[in-house]
Design a protein around this ligand. Structure first.
Ligand code: TYM
Length: 321
């Protein structure tokens, strides 16, 4: 089984990235041949500062390795170190109906937020299809917001196979129900562009402030809260604390008597402890950047060998060769 996923270097990674994609991806690295990459080509659709892209790319590498991506098991690389993917994107784009891309909600959301659309943003899902198809991927672990893009990938692959003969493996998204959409401090999907994130490796004081700013209602501590399971802090606590602690805290909130301030303090302590080992590992890696560069270079060489084979298949099938 081949497993593939990518993550954009668009800023510091947050709990949505971690629980929605990185943790499942790290667990899957034992279950098959895994390829994980830093989607720096994709970041070009919305980030226009070269130095920042370079820095963010390195940060994603440090974050992912610190969280447990094992380069002995998974192939870890920078998207742009396999430029073959852009050629495949062109080939696929010629079989992609405009309507398919026009229906993509993530594109529509970005426009609605006032981002001025460039062609790359519109064609984004085609490059993503190329990312997935060029490694004969079977399984793509992602958060809910990327599901439609994997469906677009499947549509394009099926179309190519019908037009030019069996060439591509048809991939499946893998989305974990309980972390499909990790909420941010305002209850919306946690997302850098909504300004509601809690970073995996944020500064302690700043992260405490963010946790304390999680939106609550105005009910008094004494009031019972039958909807305790919908409380944002409880939802996050279930991710970072042992199950018995999270269940007990939820029960106390439900019964009445637990104040929101104390609830948030509990959440902060568990969040902070949850990543303590990873934080130490990250500091070690940051002091050993040659190693990190070597991991990415080795990963790129291994990924590129696969990509070249699949691209050659597509070139042949479509009459380019
Ligand atoms: P990106 O960089 O926006 O997000 C990386 C991963 O994190 C997941 N995620 C979440 N999951 C649950 N709750 C949240 N609040 C949350 N926020 C983010 C995303 O679903 C994603 O899985 N287009 C992709 C990158 C990409 C890619 C690919 C992924 C490029 N090519 C090929 C898979 C396969 C993206 O922008 O993810």
């Amino acid at each position: 089984m081949r497993i593939l996923s990518g993550i954009q270097p668009s800023g510091a990674l947050h709990l949505g990235n971690y629980f929605g994609m990185m943790k499942p991806a790290i667990e899957l690295q034992d279950k098959g041949e895994a390829l994980y990459f830093i989607a720096n080509y994709h970041s070009m659709t919305s980030l226009f500062d070269a130095e920042q892209r370079r820095r963010n790319t390195l940060d994603v590498a440090l974050d992912f390795l610190a969280c447990g991506l094992d380069p002995q098991k998974a192939i870890f690389f920078r998207q742009s170190d396999v430029p073959e993917v852009t050629e495949l994107a062109w080939i696929l784009t010629t079989l992609t109906p405009m309507g398919l891309l026009e229906r993509c909600t993530s594109y529509k959301d970005k426009i609605a937020k006032g981002i001025s659309p460039n062609h790359g943003l519109f064609a984004y899902p085609v490059l993503m299809a190329a990312d997935i198809l060029i490694y004969d991927s079977n399984v793509v672990p992602v958060g809910q917001d990327q599901k439609q893009h994997v469906e677009v990938t499947r549509d394009i692959a099926i179309k190519f196979n019908q037009q030019y003969g069996e060439t591509f493996v048809i991939p499946e998204p893998e989305i974990r129900g309980e972390v499909a959409r990790v909420p941010g401090t305002d209850g919306e999907k946690m997302s850098k562009s909504y300004g509601n994130t809690i970073e995996i490796f944020g500064d302690e004081k700043a992260m405490r402030k963010k946790v304390m700013s999680i939106v609550m209602d105005s009910r008094t501590p004494q009031e019972p809260k039958p909807d305790a399971d919908r409380n944002i802090a409880i939802q996050l606590l279930k991710l970072v604390a042992p199950a018995d602690v999270a269940n007990e805290t939820e029960a106390r909130l439900r019964a009445g008597g637990l104040g929101y301030g104390d609830l948030k303090k509990t959440l902060f302590e568990h969040y902070w402890n949850h990543f303590a080992d990873a934080r130490r590992k990250r500091a070690e890696l940051a002091a050993n950047l040659d190693y990190v560069e070597k991991v990415l270079a080795d990963g790129a060489a291994r990924a590129r060998a696969i990509a070249r084979t699949v691209l050659a298949r597509a070139r042949k099938a479509s009459g380019l060769e």
